[in-house]
Write a protein that binds this ligand. Structure first.
Ligand code: KMH
Ligand code: ZN
Length: 273
């Protein structure tokens, strides 16, 4: 089996310091959290950025500032900006960080409810537009799927030339409006992607470490971090993203697999040099 790529989703757009005071907002806090995750074994930093007051933003200058600072602290980390941003943002706002030509960026492949009255909107034309731009700039998409139909959308758009082959999926499981984080549903998702595709799994909330263990057993990769979960275990807040990554890395080793370095992650994912 391949080595396990650990992604740290250090910040997100929805989680706040009220959920966990260690959620990063400022550039310094974002670098602190990225470094803690990197030092614990994360090779990919999935990145959202905020204004200093915590408001989510997709501003290209803020992304550049954060990415440059992360690269100083974590020289070979793969930084993967979000193009999902926060619910309600325009496409123009969301796509901005792709213009920095990062190695990877997320490509959300469908619309879903997002709790309460929120709807995370990704029309077919939006996905085509974002996918085309990523091909033009040689940015590898991490295909974010919150439900099985989004895999089908990605496969259709791959056939039509909007997403390249050797697809890499992120199964986001347990969002209030998406597929549930269960063993059965993870098997269903994994069986629905092409043989040569790779996948990672993001379990939301209390499912985070169950999904970590299952993905490791199934030959997949894993994502942890404050974007998805702020607890080490019931009632115990994580002191950093690094603490969550350390727990995930220990599970990888206990289950007999090895954690990929950033170099190995680049080889597995076929990223541009
Ligand atoms: N914040 C969510 C609405 C992504 O990063 O591409 C979307 C999200 C997905 O987090
Ligand atoms: Zn995200």
């Amino acid at each position: 089996m391949q080595k396990v790529i650990i992604t740290a989703a250090i910040c997100g757009a929805e989680v706040t310091k009220e959920h966990n005071p260690n959620v990063p907002y400022t550039v310094e806090e974002i670098v602190r959290e990225a470094k803690s995750a990197y030092d614990a074994g994360a090779s990919i930093i999935h990145l959202h950025v905020r204004k200093d007051d915590g408001t989510p933003t997709q501003d290209i200058n803020r992304f550049k500032e954060c990415i440059d600072a992360i690269k100083v602290a974590c020289p070979d980390a793969i930084v993967q900006p979000s193009t999902g941003g926060a619910v309600g943002m325009s496409n123009e706002e969301r796509i901005q960080p792709v213009n920095l030509s990062p190695e990877m960026a997320t490509l959300d492949c469908g619309t879903c409810n997002f709790g309460g009255d929120e709807i995370f909107v990704n029309t077919e034309n939006t996905i085509k537009e974002f996918g085309k731009k990523m091909i033009e700039l040689n940015v590898k998409p991490e295909i974010e799927v919150f439900d099985k139909g989004m895999i089908d959308m990605a496969l259709r758009l791959n056939k039509k030339g909007f997403i390249n082959d050797n697809m890499h999926f992120n199964f986001v499981m347990g969002v209030n409006g998406g597929i549930s984080a269960t063993y059965r549903d993870l098997m269903f998702m994994r069986e629905s992607i092409p043989e040569n595709a790779t996948f990672t799994v993001s379990g939301i909330g209390r499912s985070q470490f169950d999904m970590v263990a299952l993905s490791i057993l199934l030959g997949g990769h894993i994502r942890v971090g404050f974007e998805d979960n702020v607890y080490m275990k019931k009632g115990v807040l994580a002191s950093s993203n690094g603490e969550l990554v350390k727990k995930a890395a220990n599970i990888v080793k206990e289950l007999g697999r090895e954690v990929a370095t950033p170099k190995e992650a680049r080889e597995i994912l076929g990223l541009k040099a």
